[in-house]
Ligand binder design. Structure first.
Ligand SMILES: *Cc1c(COP(=O)(O)O)cnc(C)c1O
Length: 459
């Protein structure tokens, strides 16, 4: 039994949502060429496309925004953010950026050369893109358990330490300008990384004198997983766990749209002063002056407040409890998911739910379409539409290891009744599962095709 934790907030402003009728949903899907990215927000009842920038800010964040200082240089808002940064992350230097990918772009611009390798447990797609855009080679070294949906390893985001060591030896330490780890592992199902593993990764990087950067988007959810699951941490606060985490690293990138619960923002932090000089120059060229970095002063205040709220343990118990509740309820009605559920999302194993649809006919795509048709719910396919690619030598299509549909849960937005409604929708889909058909692609761009691909139903 998983209990639904009562929301540790009450609602004083509401955003109406409306379920349009089935015929209108069918027409909307057709117009969007069966790609849910092409739907308008008003056509959706429950939007689980992403947890990025979709959270609800608190009254404290909104009132902090009213005190935003819009001075071009040296704004009070910057110093309030700097204080939160010092307390939680403790790096000597940081710059605000407009999103996580801007931080990644700047880091790669100043620290990565053509043909160099960046290891991680798993890079998120924007990180991977930014490394590749500079001629670098992103490399994923997560433990094998990450690819087994039924394996209930408590820290499925862990890096494989032997693989990391072997990898550095193989490519040569001078080809690795910095190393990373993503907490939690978004691309691998929002799975956490243990403190033990973080320490082991830091030790390897230190041994080879490779600077260690943490992709910290969901550092607070990761800290709470450590508190819940790792012996020795049950009595530490999430703030203490976060401090211990970042003390292991030389820097971090973060999208504040995740665990800082804001609609826009991010940062790049580091200890190395020489690197900071280069970062500042690149930032001024691309983003803005180092005390605002492409954001408004009020955004900096919202982040400063949100970083602390994101670490609140009542909030985190509710946050991870809500995700666990949805995962558990789906399992109870026979919907296969990636277990255990991660922090920010539940991943449906569409490949096994719709086992009669081969990967080439995109079972995840079928499920994403059915979710919208049946319940006005928007999830996202993360299977062969997003990740299949042609083998460079044979031209044969290589399918990913799993055909998934991600249900990402916005922070502080939906209630238990919404979660129950999602489960009911899945029950209805399951009742007619063998009649669900696959899709074929009628148009696709070469890169990141899931955003704009067009489809038609088969048969
Ligand atoms: C969202 C995300 C990013 C990129 O952040 P944006 O703000 O979307 O640019 C990078 N890494 C991880 C793990 C993310 O979840």
């Amino acid at each position: 039994m998983v209990n639904y934790p009562p929301e540790p907030f009450r609602i004083k402003m509401v955003e109406p949502i409306k379920m349009i009728d089935r015929q209108t949903r069918e027409a909307a899907l057709k117009r969007a060429n069966y790609n849910v990215f092409g739907l308008r927000a008003e056509e959706i009842f429950i939007d689980l496309l992403t947890d990025s920038g979709t959270g609800a800010m608190s009254q404290h964040q909104w009132s902090a925004m009213m005190e935003g200082d819009e001075s071009y240089a040296g704004a009070n808002s910057y110093f309030r953010l700097a204080e939160a940064m010092r307390e939680i992350f403790g790096f000597r230097f940081f710059v605000p950026t407009h999103q996580g990918r801007a931080a990644e772009n700047i880091l790669c611009a100043v620290a990565l050369g053509e043909g160099e390798y960046i290891p991680s447990n798993m890079h998120f797609d924007t990180t991977e893109g930014n490394i590749r855009a500079r001629g670098g080679r992103p490399t994923n070294l997560v433990i094998d358990e990450a690819f087994d949906p039924g394996n209930r390893h408590p820290f499925k985001g862990n890096m494989d330490i032997d693989k990391l060591r072997a990898f550095i030896e193989e490519v040569g330490v001078d080809k690795v300008p910095f190393g990373m780890i993503t907490i939690t592992n978004n691309a691998g199902g929002g799975q956490p990384v243990s403190m033990e593993n973080l320490k082991a990764v830091a030790d390897v990087y230190k041994e080879y004198e490779i600077p260690f950067f943490i992709d910290a988007c969901r550092f607070a959810e990761n800290a709470y997983f450590i508190k819940l699951r790792e012996p020795g941490y049950e009595n530490k606060t999430t703030l203490e766990i976060a401090q211990e985490t970042f003390a292991l690293a030389d820097g971090a990138t973060m999208s504040a749209k995740k665990d800082a619960i804001v609609n826009i923002g991010g940062f790049l932090a580091m200890n190395d002063e020489g690197l900071f000089q280069k970062v500042k120059n690149e930032l001024i060229l691309r983003e803005g002056f180092p005390t605002y970095g492409g954001l408004a002063g009020r955004d900096l205040d919202a982040i400063a407040t949100g970083l602390r709220e994101g670490l609140d343990e009542d909030y985190l118990a509710y946050r991870l409890g809500q995700t666990a509740y949805l995962g558990k309820k789906l399992l109870e009605v026979g919907i296969p998911i990636v277990e255990p559920p991660g922090g920010h999302a539940v991943y449906i194993d569409a490949g096994s739910l719709l086992a009669h649809i081969p990967p080439a006919d995109f079972p995840g795509q079928s499920l994403a379409v059915e979710l919208y048709l049946e319940g006005g719910i928007r999830g996202v396919e993360l299977g062969s539409v997003a990740f299949a690619y042609p083998d460079p030598s044979t031209g044969e299509t290589i399918h990913p290891k799993m055909e998934l549909v991600r249900l990402a849960i916005p922070r502080r937005v939906y209630t238990q009744a919404h979660m129950d409604y999602i489960v009911k929708t899945f029950e209805k889909i399951k009742a007619r599962q063998e009649r669900i058909r696959g899709y074929r692609i009628t148009y696709a761009p070469e890169l990141l095709r899931h955003f704009t691909a067009q489809f038609e139903p088969i048969g």
